[in-house]
Design a protein around this ligand. Structure first.
Ligand SMILES: [Fe+2]
Length: 290
C-alpha cells in the first residue's frame, strides 16, 4: 500500500494557534527515533499506553491514556474527540519538523508482524515548503486532510523552511481485518477527496548524478558522513529517483573513495539495514558509536 488521503474533515471550527504555541514552547528532549532526523524534529506524546509525556516509543496497548500535554491543547482535544474513535487509538503524537529532514526509513519493523498497523496524519498548519514521500512518490499534506501513511514502506519527510509545520499523528492497530472508517467517530463528517497527490518531479540528469557521486566519493569520510546523508536523502524530493537510492549512492561512494576509511561503507550498510530492514525492540543506531 502507499500513502493516500482517506477523507477530509472540516477544521473551520477549531483555532489551533494557542495549542500549537503551547506545543512549540515545550523544550525538546531526547526521544525514540531521533536517529531518523536532521534539524528540528519533535514528537510530543498526547496519548500513549502509560499517559506519561516522557514515553515516546510506539508500542501496542489496550487503551491509550491522555498525557499532561493534552491539558494545553483544548482545540486539538476537541478535534480528536469530534472526529476519531479514541477507544481504538494506541498513540497520538503532535509532530513538528522545522528546517529538517526525516531520512528514508520504515516503521514497525520491530513490532508484531501479525498486527495491522494503521497510521494517520492530520496536518493542522499549512506549510507549502513541507513534503512527504514514500515508494510511490512525493506529496504534500494539507490541513483537514486525513492521510493514511504507510509507515511499513520506505518513507521520508522534509520541511525546507524555518516555519512551524504541526501534524497530529494517530496510530491504530487491529488484530484482523478492519475497515478504514472504523477509526472515525460515529458523529464525524468525513468528506472524500480525489485530488491528484503526487508532485511532478523531473528525471535526475545523468551528469548531475555523476557529479554528485563524484562529490560524495571524494568527500565521504567518518567526519562528513552525516552531511553527506543529508545531501543524498534530499535529492528524491526534487528529482524522480527511488526513495532508497541515497543509501546505495553513499555505499558506492564509500567503497570507491580514496579518503573514506575501510569501515565507512560497512557503517552505511548497517544504517541502511537498521532503517529499512530489521531492528530489535529498543535497538538504537548511531553512526558515531559504530
Ligand atoms: Fe516514520
Amino acid at each position: 500500500m502507499t500513502s493516500r488521503i482517506i477523507g477530509k474533515i472540516n477544521l473551520d471550527s477549531y483555532d489551533f494557534s494557542t495549542d500549537v504555541a503551547f506545543l512549540n514552547a515545550i523544550e525538546k528532549s531526547p526521544e525514540e527515533y531521533d536517529e531518523f532526523a536532521f534539524g528540528y524534529w519533535k514528537n510530543l506524546s498526547l496519548y500513549n499506553g502509560s499517559g506519561r509525556t516522557d514515553d515516546t516509543q510506539y508500542r501496542n496497548c489496550d487503551v491509550a491514556k491522555p498525557t499532561e500535554y493534552m491539558s494545553g491543547c483544548p482545540s486539538i482535544a476537541r478535534m480528536l474527540s469530534d472526529n476519531f474513535d479514541l477507544s481504538l487509538v494506541k498513540m497520538v503524537r503532535a509532530r513538528n519538523l522545522i528546517s529538517g529532514l526525516v531520512i528514508p526509513h520504515r516503521d514497525f519493523v520491530e513490532l508484531d508482524p501479525n498486527v495491522s498497523y494503521f497510521r494517520v496524519f492530520i496536518p493542522i498548519e499549512l506549510n507549502l515548503d513541507s513534503y512527504h514521500s514514500d515508494e510511490s512518490g512525493v506529496f504534500q499534506m494539507k490541513p483537514g486532510e486525513v492521510w493514511f501513511l504507510d509507515a511499513a514502506v520506505s518513507h521520508a519527510a522534509v520541511n525546507f523552511s524555518s516555519e512551524s509545520r504541526m501534524f497530529i499523528c494517530l496510530d491504530f492497530a487491529f488484530d484482523g481485518a478492519f475497515a478504514e472508517d472504523e477509526i472515525f467517530a460515529a458523529s464525524a463528517q468525513v468528506a472524500s477527496s480525489s485530488r491528484d497527490i503526487h508532485v511532478l518531479r523531473p528525471s535526475l540528469p545523468s551528469n548531475t548524478l555523476s557529479e554528485m557521486l563524484d562529490t560524495f566519493t571524494h568527500g565521504i569520510d567518518a567526519g562528513a558522513i552525516k552531511q553527506q546523508i543529508l545531501e543524498a536523502a534530499k535529492v528524491h524530493f526534487r528529482f524522480n529517483v527511488p526513495i532508497e537510492s541515497c543509501y546505495d549512492w553513499l555505499i558506492k561512494a564509500a567503497l570507491a573513495s580514496p579518503v573514506a576509511s575501510a569501515d565507512v561503507a560497512e557503517r552505511l550498510r548497517g544504517m541502511k539495514r537498521y532503517l529499512l530492514e530489521a531492528r530489535g525492540m529498543n535497538e538504537r543506531f548511531s553512526l558515531d558509536s559504530q
